[in-house]
Each structure stands twice: as C-alpha cells, then as structure tokens.
Design a protein around this ligand. Structure first.
Ligand code: TXA
Ligand code: MG
Length: 371
C-alpha cells in the first residue's frame, strides 16, 4: 500500500533578506493548496491558503488538530482585515497602527468571505501581521491571506526552530522554510475586539499594560492562569486544550525565588529517594545549585528570556528519560503573564505555591496578576 506521506523539502532562508526565488517557489506552493511552514517572530507557523478549504483541511490533518480550534489568518498589511471583516472598531485600527507588524492577534467579526473551516465555525476571525521578513515576503508572494497555526503536532510545544517543525511534521507537509530561531518564543497575544472592552483570550508577546496604553481598558479572560485541566469554557477555543502534556509529569513551583529553589531541592530529594529520575527546569546560572539533570531557560530578572528558551527546553527534556520535571515558576506580570500561562498549562494540576513562612505548600490555581 502506498502511504500518504509526502516529501517535505527543507529550505534555508535568510531571516532578514530572504532569497526571492525561494519565496517565489514557496508562495506558489501555498497558492496551489500546499502547506508551508515558515518562521515568525513568535514561533514557526504552518501556512495554507485561507481561501482554499481543502488546503485548510490539510492543516488540521497534518497537525492532528481538533476541528473546532480556529486558525489565525496571517496578513502582510492591514487591507485584508478590511476586506474580510464586517466591522473594524476604532480601537482595533489604533492597535494595528501601533503593534503591527507584531505579536498581536485581533479577533474581529468576519463577513463570510473566508471559509468557515478557518474559524472552526465561529462568526469571528483572528488576524495577525507577523513581524518577520520571511513571513511577510511569503504572504505577499502568495497573494492570499494565509491561515497558520503553530507548526507543531497538536499537543506538543510550539516550534521555535525549524528542527522542531521537522521533528513533528516531516512527511506531512510540503515545505519548511528555515529562517533560524524565532526570537520571542511564545505565541502572539490574542485579543478579542468584538465586545465593548477588548479582552485578552491568550496572553503573549504584547502585554496587557502595552495594550492598555492604546485602548484605555482591557479585560483578562478569567481562565488565563488556570492549570489547563478543567478550564471553565475559555472564549478562545484553543485554550481549552491541554496545550503541552510533557511525556514526564511537570510540577511547577511558584513563589519567591529562594523559596522555590528550596522546595525544588527538597522535592528532588524525595523523588530521587523513591527511585525516580528527576529533571529540573531552572534559570541560567542556577544549574550548579540543583542536584541531577538541569535544563536552563532564561534569567530570573527577564521573563522575555524565559519565553525565548522555554519551548526548546521542554522539548529537550523528552530525550532525557526523566520521570518527573520540576520547574521554577515566573511571576505572572508583564511578559511573565504569557510564560506563567504556558507553564501552568504544561503542569496540568501540579502547581505548588510557596511563600515565606507559609508552612506546607498546597496545590492551587492562582489568581492572575498583571502589569
Ligand atoms: O504567534 C502566534 O500566534 C502563532 C504564529 C504562527 O503566528 N500562531 C499560533 O496559532 O499560535 P495557534 O493556532 O497555535 O493558536 C491560535 C489561537 C488558538 O488558541 C485559537 O483558539 C485562537 O488563537 N483563535 C483563533 N481564531 C479565533 C477566533 N476566531 N476566536 C477565538 N479564538 C481564536
Ligand atoms: Mg498552537
């Protein structure tokens, strides 16, 4: 029997000044209904022509993505936003002016011209203009809006390097454009512009504080910092899925850095005594203070650096054979909000909050703090 595996071609491309011939070929493949993975400033995306239903269906098949999880429409300028929506509020115009191209996705009411498959049957559509020369050149060359989720298998960490895309999707997609590592490392902020007050459905690269400078007020969806196990109907369909279930359970320890370290060292000792192989996800420079296997992601004083390294670090644990991952938390403030959201979802219910003089730590979901 013939398999339906296809040959995936892997093209290296300059991230600042992409080779026009490579972009021309990749754009043609998109226009003809193929799947092209491409770098963005957040994570790698898996693109298809948003106007071609069968091309969009291929995305769901390649990723194993639930059919009701809508895709973001990627554009290379603001014109398609007006072309494919019924109404663009003034605040959305201002946000596009200030933050596009950039890691901000806007949810706006569709006008029926983009197939329902893209929005998972919802009346609203998500739009984003990525801040990456390869992504922008590709979308422009394709000449169509490009539906693109993150280019990972569903349930795996988003890819922050072309090698991650290859590991997940080789044989399932047509092209991977390798433009080097994505800078930001966590996905865009998803902002619902269909209500009176803009509402953050997924925290990301643009913080609530920066949005507020334009919109005056912004609502944080109450489910953003829950643990990913039993979310009470989040408004962004993608947020109801356990985003990343590490092969080994991940225990997240949150609180002041000294208490977190003490707790992790204690837990590591407990698990090791029970014969478990422990992995520790910590900050740069702290590896010598922990026992056993450590993987570092970013620095304590800079949540953006944790964001940039987080998904690659989670993928690295997979080859190590650890039975349990103990992870240092970050403060859910500013860029830390997006990182805390992703870590909590990776942890499922396994969150330990430690504070000074608190005594025995308990498992809780914690209220959000935003900047
Ligand atoms: O940074 C990013 O946003 C990356 C890069 C590739 O652009 N893309 C990305 O796409 O993260 P994806 O599909 O992995 O996540 C899109 C999120 C999901 O949580 C989805 O449910 C939500 O956006 N979303 C998309 N369309 C929506 C809509 N019409 N209403 C509510 N949520 C929507
Ligand atoms: Mg995704």
């Amino acid at each position: 029997m013939c398999s339906d595996r296809k040959k995936t071609v892997f093209w290296k491309v300059d991230a600042i000044c992409p080779d026009p011939e490579i972009i021309r070929q990749a754009g043609l493949i998109l226009r003809r209904g193929g799947l092209v993975a491409f770098p963005t400033e957040t994570v790698y995306g898996l693109g298809a022509n948003a106007l071609d239903v069968s091309a969009v269906e291929k995305i769901f098949t390649a990723k194993g993505r639930p059919q009701d999880n809508p895709l973001i429409v990627h554009v290379s300028g603001v014109d398609p936003v007006y072309e494919y929506t019924s109404f663009v509020p003034q605040k959305a115009r201002l946000l596009m002016e200030k933050f596009w191209p950039g890691p901000l996705t806007l949810i706006l009411p569709g006008n029926g011209k983009i197939p329902e498959k893209v929005s998972g049957g919802l009346p609203d559509l998500a739009f984003r203009m990525p801040d990456h020369a390869v992504a922008l050149a590709l979308i422009k060359e394709a000449g169509v809006p490009v539906a693109a989720p993150s280019a990972n298998l569903s349930g795996r960490p988003s890819p922050t390097a072309a090698g991650h895309v290859l590991a997940d999707l080789e044989g399932r997609i047509d092209v991977i454009l390798d433009g080097g590592p994505s800078g930001m490392g966590v996905e865009s902020t998803v902002l619902d512009m269909t209500g009176d007050i803009p509402a953050i459905l997924r925290p990301g690269g643009i913080t609530p504080g920066r949005i507020r400078t334009v919109t005056g007020a912004v609502i944080l969806d109450g489910t953003l910092l829950d643990n990913g196990e039993t979310p009470p109907r989040p408004r962004s369909p993608g947020m109801k899925y356990r985003h990343y279930a590490p092969s080994a359970p991940l225990v997240l320890v949150e609180g002041s850095p000294d208490m977190v370290m003490r707790e992790i060292i204690k837990l590591a000792g407990d698990y090791t005594r029970r014969g478990k192989k422990v992995g520790i996800l910590c900050r740069d420079g702290q590896q010598d203070r922990y026992p056993g296997l450590t993987i570092c992601a970013g620095t304590d004083d800079d949540p953006a650096s944790v964001a940039a390294a987080l998904y690659a670090a989670l993928r690295l644990f997979e080859g190590t054979g650890v039975d349990i991952i103990l992870a240092e938390g970050v403060e859910a403030r500013g860029m830390g909000l997006a990182v805390a959201n992703r870590l909590r979802r990776a942890a499922g219910g396994n969150i330990i909050k430690v504070r000074h003089n608190q005594g025995i730590p308990t498992f809780t979901n914690n209220e959000s703090q935003e900047e």
